[in-house]
Design a protein around this ligand. Structure first.
Ligand SMILES: Nc1ncnc2c1ncn2[C@@H]1O[C@H](COP(=O)(O)OP(=O)(O)O)[C@@H](O)[C@H]1O
Ligand SMILES: [Mg+2]
Length: 110
């Protein structure tokens, strides 16, 4: 799942390069349950507001029209499914021309 996010980040930064950041933290929700948060942040081309609504859809890809590595459009839909199966959640925020951050939250079993 993380590898999928890293490969997407690399595609978005392309030959220009950039920064791929990974930040982890733990927090406790009000009801007392511990959660793990993983943020994967890139300085790539970003995602348009129109595309943001579709990136988790199976087979949605913008990589046919671009010079990015050919995509299947399955990476994020599978990542989303894995997260859901672990009772977690995944959020994305993105600004075109600036970059993208995916934030995954998973319940900690510790
Ligand atoms: N880090 C990112 N930066 C910019 N666009 C992204 C990023 N991650 C995903 N996307 C967009 O979401 C689409 C779907 O991603 P994914 O499901 O992994 O399929 P694929 O990588 O095969 O295209 C990508 O085609 C791309 O348009
Ligand atoms: Mg992908």
């Amino acid at each position: 799942m993380l590898l999928n996010l890293f490969l997407n980040a690399m595609d978005a930064m392309g030959e220009r390069g950039g920064t791929l950041g990974v930040r982890t933290s733990m927090f406790t929700k009000q009801e007392g349950n511990a959660w793990v948060q993983i943020e994967v942040e890139d300085t790539g081309h970003g995602i348009s507001p129109a595309n943001l609504d579709h990136i988790f859809d199976p087979f949605f890809t913008t990589k046919h029209e671009s010079k990015d590595n050919e995509g299947t459009g399955l990476g994020l839909s599978i990542a989303h499914q894995i997260i859901r199966e672990h009772q977690g959640n995944i959020h994305v925020r993105s600004t075109e021309g600036v970059g993208t951050t995916f934030r995954l939250c998973l319940p900690s079993i510790a």
